[in-house]
Design a protein around this ligand. Structure first.
Ligand code: CUK
Ligand code: CUA
Length: 629
């Protein structure tokens, strides 16, 4: 069986099991049905089911989606998990934002993870991408950039929480982000978009822009530390990797190094920068780098003429950069040009050996329509490109486009589908991996205009689901979303192994438990108040519907840390801790330990309560803190 057949089988079995269960509950209510089903009714139901079997977006109540979708939350700073094809929002993962439900950004654990940027309350997430092994998703991590504060974060897919965050030095605005696809995700790569003076110390004023540079950033995926950076000519926009672990490619929209819009779009051509990973690693090993801005991150010189890079001229201001799942092509999307540039990855060895000229690597430049931004792929050699200005998706055949470029009379455009409205990214099911399966396409539309009930001047965006399993693209679902899913990725559920309970040894709260040990506290047994000068640590357990401690006393002005351990072993029983009038809220998942620190600045009795529904007596799950004046 192929992977896909296996997956389909697996889903069938799982859904059959679940239906059996739901079937029984349905029987209980059957007596209440007034009119018996007619043969015609059965026939029409059977017909509907047969039609659905092809590629149905309808997921029956109680049935599970076939795919997980990871959506960036744009300037909301979060990442969302969607079920595909139902387009049901399954979860939100706060990352660069603050979240009062889970306490992300408020708890001690999340502040430790956010590290040097824990004081920042906002972010702008664009590009979620999952770690891979041999060009397939491995279900381990999702990486996401923060354009607003030049950060990259990692989400652990077993618990679906952010576990690492890095502020990238020497740059401003991390934009395009991808992972090394093969042999495995050793590196996460991302673009520094805004060019800045090197060094950026304010000494040279704003007049001279000759020292302005953009850097390509290579991050160790496991440690989430900087591996190295590569200085380039021009700025950088989007990026992707090949399937051989050899090359990365990035688009550049401001090769002029202009400082305003007029200056940025004067040149007829910008470029795609190709990075040779082997050449970069060799330069790093040989110590051929400099450091800037007083930090010790190695910066390699990949400007024009360097052995680390090649610059391929393409029509001006390209945007998206996408690798075809057969590993053969990088596609740079024209944005201001109605074309995309197809770069043959096979020819890159010759390009680096100076056997061919940069433009020789471009094997076609098909015209698709106005405002091509991003391209996705199926498993049949077709590509789907968003046309921002035309509000369409163009389906085109890659080989036909290359043949047409070579003079053959073929129409490479297969179809143009109206989407609503102004699409940015699009994404096919598993389309950025070897396992592209040609089933679903998502169009992330920047505007919804008239597609939903009006909700005031601020409207939602519109994420559209398109069935691409047949010859024709079919729009099957509109999904309103909040600001602003730039990008998404879709992974088959068979690749994912999320946990049901927290491991007691989880690294996310290991430091909290280590502190408890230093205090002589066993967080799974003890309910204790430890005083440490002006600092007070309050350890308590929780089992629905009780905290292990119903009252404790502190003194006015104390710095209080409340550490709660959830002893419930039951899946889906999460407790909360909220100290009223203190802005203190957090989630404590089953078997997890979580802590939050605040100043006891109000004398008197202060109630704390559980703010995650957990039990019929959830309202009663509360206790008192006395703050002595
Ligand atoms: S970017 Cu938003 S539409 Cu940040 Cu990938 Cu192209
Ligand atoms: Cu515990 Cu609600």
């Amino acid at each position: 069986m192929s992977n896909n057949e296996e997956n389909a089988k697996h889903n069938e079995l799982e859904n059959a099991d679940r239906r059996k269960f739901f079937g029984k509950t349905a029987l209980v209510g059957a007596g209440a049905v007034a009119a018996p089903m007619t043969a015609a009714m059965f026939a029409s139901m059977a017909k509907a089911n047969a039609a659905e079997a092809a590629n149905s977006p309808f997921v029956h109540p109680g049935d599970l989606d076939e795919y997980y979708g990871f959506w960036s939350g744009g300037h909301s700073g979060e990442v969302r998990i969607m079920g595909i094809p139902s387009m049901r929002e399954l979860m939100r993962i706060p990352v660069f934002n603050i979240d009062s439900a889970t306490g992300w950004g408020l708890t001690d654990e999340s502040k430790r993870i956010k590290g040097d940027s824990a004081h920042l309350l906002a972010g702008d997430s664009h590009h979620p991408h999952m770690s891979m092994t041999d060009g397939s998703y491995n279900g381990k991590y999702v990486f996401i950039n923060d354009k607003a504060n030049s950060r990259v974060a990692r989400i652990r897919c077993d618990v679906m929480k952010c576990d690492k965050m890095l502020t990238v030095p020497n740059i401003q605005a991390v934009h395009g982000l991808r992972v090394q696809k093969a042999p495995y995700t050793k590196y996460v790569v991302c673009n520094g978009e805004f060019e800045i003076p090197m060094n950026n110390d304010g000494k040279d004023g704003m007049e001279d822009v000759s020292t302005y540079r953009s850097l390509y950033n290579v991050i160790n995926a496991e440690t989430m530390e900087m591996a190295f950076q590569v200085m380039v000519d021009g700025n950088l926009d989007n990026t992707d990797a090949d399937y051989d672990g050899k090359y990365f490619a990035s688009t550049c929209y401001n090769s002029e190094m202009g400082m305003n819009l007029g200056e940025m779009i004067t040149a007829e051509r910008d470029h795609v920068v190709i990075f040779s990973l082997a050449a970069c690693e060799a330069a790093l090993k040989a110590g051929k780098y400099k450091t800037y801005n007083g930090n010790n991150v190695p910066v390699l010189d990949g400007r024009k003429g360097s052995e680390l890079t090649r610059y391929i001229p393409v029509p001006k201001s390209p945007h998206g950069l996408n690798t075809s799942p057969n590993g053969e092509y990088f596609v740079a999307n024209g944005k201001l040009s109605p074309t995309v540039s197809i770069i043959s990855i096979k020819k890159l060895d010759d390009l680096f050996a100076n056997k061919i000229q940069p433009r020789d690597a471009v094997v076609a430049e098909p015209e698709l329509g106005l405002g091509p931004l991003h391209t996705a792929f199926d498993n049949k050699g077709n590509a789907f490109t968003t046309l921002f200005l035309d509000s369409q998706i163009a389906k085109w055949n890659v080989q036909d486009a290359i043949d047409a470029h070579n003079g053959k009379k073929v129409n490479y455009i297969r179809q143009k589908l109206d989407v609503h409205y102004q699409p940015g990214h699009n994404h096919t099911s598993q389309g950025e991996t070897r396992d592209a399966d040609g089933k679903w396409l998502i169009s992330l539309c920047k505007f919804s205009k008239d597609r939903f009930l009006p909700v005031g001047p601020l409207r939602p965006e519109n994420d559209q689901l398109i069935d691409i399993s047949g010859d024709e693209m079919k729009l099957v679902h509109d999904g309103p979303t909040f600001a602003e899913p730039h990008d998404c990725m879709i992974v088959h559920r068979s690749k994912m192994k999320p946990l049901k309970l927290w491991p007691r040894t989880d690294p996310i709260f290991a430091e909290t438990i280590a502190q408890a040990k230093r205090d002589g506290v066993d967080v799974y047994m003890d309910n204790k108040v430890i005083r440490d000068g002006k600092k007070v640590r309050v350890y308590m357990t929780s089992i629905a519907p009780n905290y292990g401690m119903n009252e404790f006393k502190v003194k006015l002005g104390d710095e209080v840390t409340v550490i709660v351990t959830n002893l419930d072993q039951v899946e889906d029983v999460t407790h909360g801790f909220c100290m009223t009038n203190h802005g203190v809220q957090m989630e404590i998942g089953p078997q997890a330990t979580a802590s939050i620190t605040f100043t006891a600045n109000q004398p008197g009795v202060q109630w704390y309560y559980c703010n995650w529904f957990c039990h019929a007596l959830h309202m009663e799950m509360r206790g008192r803190m006395l703050v002595e004046a």
